[in-house]
Design a protein around this ligand. Structure first.
Ligand SMILES: C[S@@+](CC[C@H](N)C(=O)[O-])C[C@H]1O[C@@H](n2cnc3c(N)ncnc32)[C@H](O)[C@@H]1O
Length: 304
């Protein structure tokens, strides 16, 4: 595929040329520095997740770990992905810093809680191990896993570069097939574009640019023994089936605002300011807002 094509779904490239890849754009808006973490609202994110359909993304992740045996899912969140991986692989370990999410992850068959590994049955004989912790200091020895995933996690980390170095450290390098897999927003992600256009300026924050996080991660992974990078674009979307347009706009405005800014002092202004942007959006795409992603897979050597 041409490196100027932003719509094709797969690409394989060497560490030297991913920096200018359009999947990691918008290239003309790349910031010089990380803007700092978004604060993911807890209930806001659960409402968001209830409307999110991401079959294609899940399929891409499951394909990425099809031959893996020891998988770490960093930032497991609601556990949707962790459970799917465990069901396929037989077992999945997840590290999650947010206490209420750790609790939710541990709910099924919980036998203990607190700062200890916690194992429970996922589906059938599959197991999930949940550990409280941060990507920046993973509680595992070197090379403990042959696949490390972090899906939609880097924009919430205090130090994404340290997080990526930790992921590379705990991933077996030098073994063919070992991989680190990250997902972040595609350059034309509709949700991020709406938040950047309306909410981020009201918050007085630098705009969100997830391609820059993935490009930096690719460079760090290359330096850490995983130089073969592939990029895969996925479609996902938040769905708003409400028939009445005004009701749909109201719900979408609240869903988007509460995702990142539920407790922000200007949250009410953001909901109001989103209305005309959402009206324009729904005129083009009546019942969905795209959450398009880029799956970045880093291998220690080419599989071909
Ligand atoms: C948008 S959610 C994504 C959850 C899950 N990976 C998924 O794709 O459904 C981001 C998750 O990253 C977690 N998180 C935030 N900062 C983190 C960090 N420094 N290390 C690990 N996880 C973190 C959040 O608590 C949250 O569960």
């Amino acid at each position: 595929m041409s490196t100027t094509d932003t719509t094709a779904t797969t690409d394989v490239l060497s560490a030297a040329d991913f920096a200018a890849h359009p999947f990691l754009g918008p290239l003309d808006r790349r910031p010089a520095h990380y803007r700092g973490p978004h604060r993911l609202s807890h209930s806001g994110w659960l409402n968001f997740a209830d409307r999110l359909e991401r079959r294609e993304e899940m399929a891409a992740i499951l394909a990425a770990v099809a031959t893996s045996r020891r998988v770490l899912d960093v930032g497991g969140g609601t556990g949707e992905l962790t459970r799917a991986v465990a069901a396929q692989v037989g077992r999945c370990v997840t590290v999650e810093p947010h206490a209420r999410r750790v609790e939710a992850l541990q709910t099924a068959g919980a036998v203990s809680s607190g700062n200890v590994p916690h194992v429970f049955e996922a589906t059938g004989t599959a197991e999930i191990e949940v550990l409280p912790g941060h990507a920046e200091a993973l509680p595992f020895p070197d090379a403990a896993f042959d696949a490390v995933l972090a899906c939609w996690v880097l924009p919430y980390a205090d130090d994404p570069d340290r997080a990526v170095r930790e992921m590379a450290r705990v991933c077996e390098r030098g073994t063919p097939g070992s991989r680190v897999v990250l997902i972040g927003g595609a350059p034309d992600n509709e949700l991020v574009s709406l938040l950047n256009e309306v909410c981020v300026p009201l918050a007085g924050e630098p705009h969100d640019h997830q391609g820059h996080l993935l490009a930096d991660a690719a460079r760090t992974l290359g330096e850490s023994g995983f130089p073969v990078i592939s990029l895969h674009r996925t479609e996902a979307a938040l769905h708003f089936p409400e028939i009445d347009l005004e009701q749909r706009i109201t719900i979408a405005a609240a869903t988007l605002t509460d995702f990142w800014y539920e407790d922000h002092p200007r949250a009410a202004d953001m909901r109001e300011a989103l209305r005309p942007a959402l009206r324009r959006h729904f005129a083009r795409r009546p019942h969905a807002i795209g959450d398009q992603g880029i799956v970045l897979m880093a291998l220690c050597e080419s599989l071909s």
